[in-house]
Write a new protein. Structure first.
Length: 410
């Protein structure tokens, strides 16, 4: 991974790419451009319908970024802990508060319904869109649900470091993996609630933290069967969509494996290891193919069988491709999104209210036309990107300097 100062460009690219994908997905969701081409509705919704999975990627990146940026701090020292919490507040809340004010203005303009309690809880990170949520987010900014998770994970970070010292990284990860599985399944099947929602994903954040620690200390994590596990995770995450929490976990596993590409020891696999990778990939596809005959588990069984057949071809191709080539390919795909990483946070929290306002104006003042909608979408994207860049690159430093004067005042 390339570094500029303390910024890791690959991490910036992942963050920026995920934020742009979420924005495009919500443009499709709110504008519904497929209404002009009904035959492409399913395809469009499928391509842009993985916003929740992109947020899981954010959790990994967040765990990585917080651990990496705090690697020089001693969290056992009270002042360092105070500084850490202050920096998290400075980074997150000022722009969040400003964007929520914008969301309230859009709420007023569009005439949407939102109670006082819902608005207040949105300002203090106590909203979520999942079952068992305390309250749904303000309707003009649904994506802020993920921040209710992030804030808790930030607060747990010092606790995680203590556990790392007491029982080790692997034990801490396994502990929260088990807790997450129990909480996720119990919340899905028995008792959905906000606490279980938070716990079901925390192990993902910890995985990102472990990756950062490996990066800082230049550790190489050996995963002999990385290719086979990548194919397995893809096959399973696309197959078990009727059980969303399990599918989300396999998506997270897939993202973690992609991160591990950057930590491989760069040695060529032996012929025996390549065969085992191939066997793992083919075996998992055969298992998933057998599941396609159970409608209680899978969506669109016929389409899934075609996809699994394609994965079979990919497994054969991967047998001959070195992991180093895969690593370079992933980096090449990420490069175009490096620039957007610096304003991805503002982009994420700002795009929904601006899209909502644009859709409202379109429906109120313009005729239903694909050309008109296309122009408005283009203008909307440009405004979102430019405004997000301004908030992060121009306004945020001014806010940070002002807050620093208050916090570091002797």
């Amino acid at each position: 991974m390339a570094i500029t100062g303390r910024r890791i460009l690959s991490i910036e690219a992942i963050r920026g790419g995920a934020a742009i994908y979420v924005m495009l997905g919500h443009i499709v969701l709110l504008y519904k451009p497929y209404q002009f081409f009904p035959e492409f509705e399913f395809l469009t919704k499928t391509i842009f319908g993985y916003g929740h999975q992109a947020v899981l990627l954010f959790f990994i990146v967040s765990g990585f970024s917080i651990t990496y940026s705090s690697s020089r701090m001693d969290m056992s020292d009270f002042q360092s802990l105070k500084d850490y919490l202050y920096k998290r507040f400075r980074r997150i809340y000022p722009l969040f508060f400003l964007v929520l004010v914008v969301s309230l203005i859009v709420l007023k303009i569009t005439g949407m319904d939102s109670g006082f309690a819902r608005n207040v809880l949105s300002f203090i990170f106590l909203t979520d869109t999942a079952s068992g949520a305390i309250m749904n987010p303000i309707p003009t900014n649904f994506p802020i649900w993920s921040l209710s998770y992030e804030i808790v994970y930030y607060l747990l970070f010092p606790v995680m470091l203590i556990l790392w010292k007491k029982i080790g990284q692997k034990a801490t990860f396994l502990l929260f993996l088990i807790v997450g599985i129990i909480a996720g399944l119990a919340g899905f099947a028995i008792w959905p609630n906000h606490l279980f929602n938070l716990l079901q994903y925390y192990w993902i954040w910890i995985a990102g933290a472990m990756l950062a620690d490996a990066y800082v200390h230049e550790k190489k994590i050996k995963v002999k069967y990385l290719k086979g596990l990548l194919i397995t995770s893809i096959a399973l995450m696309l197959t078990i969509e009727e059980i969303p929490i399990v599918a989300f976990w396999f998506w997270s596993f897939f993202f973690i494996l992609l991160f591990l590409l950057f930590y491989s020891d760069n040695r060529e696999l032996s012929r025996g290891e390549r065969i085992k990778n191939f066997a793992i990939g083919i075996g998992s596809q055969a298992f998933c193919y057998s599941l396609t005959f159970f409608e209680e588990i899978v969506y669109h069984a016929n389409l899934l069988r075609v996809i699994l057949s394609g994965l079979g071809i990919l497994t054969v191709v991967l047998y001959f491709i070195p992991e180093q080539f895969l690593k370079k390919s992933v980096r090449a795909m990420l490069n175009p999104f490096v620039g957007s990483g610096s304003f991805s946070y503002a982009l994420y929290i700002l795009h929904w209210p601006l899209i909502t306002l644009s859709v409202f104006l379109y429906s109120k003042f313009f005729s239903s036309s694909f050309m008109v909608m296309s122009v408005l979408i283009a203008i909307n994207i440009l405004i979102i990107i430019l405004t997000s860049w301004f908030l992060e690159e121009r306004l945020q430093p001014v806010i940070a300097r002002s807050l620093n004067k208050l916090y570091y005042k002797k």
